[in-house]
Design a protein around this ligand. Structure first.
Ligand code: ADP
Ligand code: SF4
Ligand code: MG
Length: 348
């Protein structure tokens, strides 16, 4: 049985936790130049086009961007649910594509995926106990039924579903959305994961329930050293959960700005990040900082099957300059405190 009282900070591997910055531990999970293309009757859809991301123990990497920018596709590749068309997914430095059965099973256990909709991901005819203990048994982590119930109850307490005994024998329909999502988190946690990939996992919840679940996830990050690839379309949520971590902003399948959360949120540099922050300014005046709102040249997002030449953002960009902007795609390059993909703003 795994000893859940030993935080992952004391597991073998690099030191982590609240160290000197996002670069203070080697990544446990990496996307390296990953691409994904979907073949459709409308043509090939390049949903993800060369993304590099690192998830480190006990830290949060938040992927943000509008619907359709490739967040879920990136997350599915990171979780091994789909292989990249190009590029590699590395787990503890090993390419997932080259893993044998035992390594792959370890990877699948260590990297857990939590969906947006817990109702769809939980089996309606299984109780909470049955749902969570199935994984524990499958991986040989518990012996008899008594132990399975005890460990399941401990996991429910970890995710703040208390008193655990009251929830063990409930079915999903007898619980609220927030409680169901906590069951999904407990099921992931049962695998003693090193990384949790949370894809819009709080977006279907009411605000107060969302904050409470984010606090629970924050506890897992800090106390158990779980690394998070946290996906949201909502920058206010990113700011709340990933303040000590990093934000990568995606647009049309590529990362356009990536840096420490406070830098990206308080001083966005890429014109697209500025537009994205403007979009949430009204509900979160904190994010506005009295900045002038950005005026986009167009509100229309280009089709992935018909991308413009040059910078993908140029038809909408207020800083557009004739020349490079409409002929050369800007690479994502390091600036003073972040990575940026823009010919005009280079963050130097
Ligand atoms: N199975 C699929 N077949 C065809 N197109 C897909 C498929 N999955 C996603 N896409 C397309 O890929 C793009 C990225 O989708 P997705 O990764 O789900 O974005 P996000 O999670 O940021 O909303 C979208 O244009 C979407 O329509
Ligand atoms: S490269 Fe040009 S069009 Fe693209 S974001 Fe920068 S300024 Fe705007
Ligand atoms: Mg999605």
């Amino acid at each position: 049985m795994i000893d859940r009282t030993v935080p992952a900070t004391q597991r073998p591997g690099p030191a982590h936790g609240h160290g000197t910055g996002p670069g203070d531990a080697s990544p446990v999970l990496s996307l390296q130049g990953v691409h994904q293309v979907f073949r459709t009757p409308r043509g090939d859809v390049p949903a993800v086009a060369g993304v590099d991301l690192d998830v480190r123990p006990g830290r949060v990497l938040c992927l943000v961007g509008e619907s359709g920018c490739g967040k879920t596709t990136s997350a599915r590749m990171a979780a091994g649910l789909a292989g990249p068309a190009q590029g590699s997914v590395l787990f503890r430095g090993r390419d997932v594509a080259g893993m044998d059965r035992r390594e792959r099973s370890d990877f699948r256990r260590s990297v857990q995926f939590i969906h947006q909709d817990p109702y769809a991901s939980l089996n309606p005819v299984r109780t909470v106990y049955s749902t969570i203990s199935a994984g524990l048994r499958r991986h040989g982590l518990v012996g008899d039924r008594r132990e399975a119930r005890r460990v399941t109850a401990e996991l429910l307490e970890r995710v703040d579903l208390t008193p655990a005994e009251e929830h063990l024998d409930k079915y999903p329909h007898q619980m609220s959305g927030g409680q169901r999502q906590r069951v999904a988190v407990a099921r992931a946690l049962a695998m003693n994961p090193e990384v949790i990939i949370a894809d819009e996992s709080t977006s279907m919840l009411d605000v107060s329930i969302r904050v409470s679940l984010l606090n629970t996830l924050g506890k897992l990050r800090d106390e158990l050293g779980v690394g998070f690839l946290f996906i949201t379309h909502d920058l206010a949520v990113a700011k709340y959960f990933a303040w000590d971590g990093e934000i990568a902003v995606m647009y049309l399948g590529r990362v356009v700005e990536h840096g420490p959360t406070p830098r990206v949120v308080n001083d966005p540099q890429h014109p697209y990040t500025k537009a994205l922050i403007d979009a949430v300014c009204e509900p979160d005046p904190d994010l506005a900082h009295g900045r002038e709102r950005i005026r986009l040249r167009s509100s229309e997002i280009p089709e992935l099957t018909d991308l413009p030449p040059g910078c993908d953002f140029h038809p909408r960009c207020p800083l557009y300059e004739q020349g490079d902007c409409d002929s050369v795609r800007p690479p994502l390059v390091p600036g003073r405190d972040r990575l940026l993909a823009c010919h005009v703003v280079n963050g130097g």
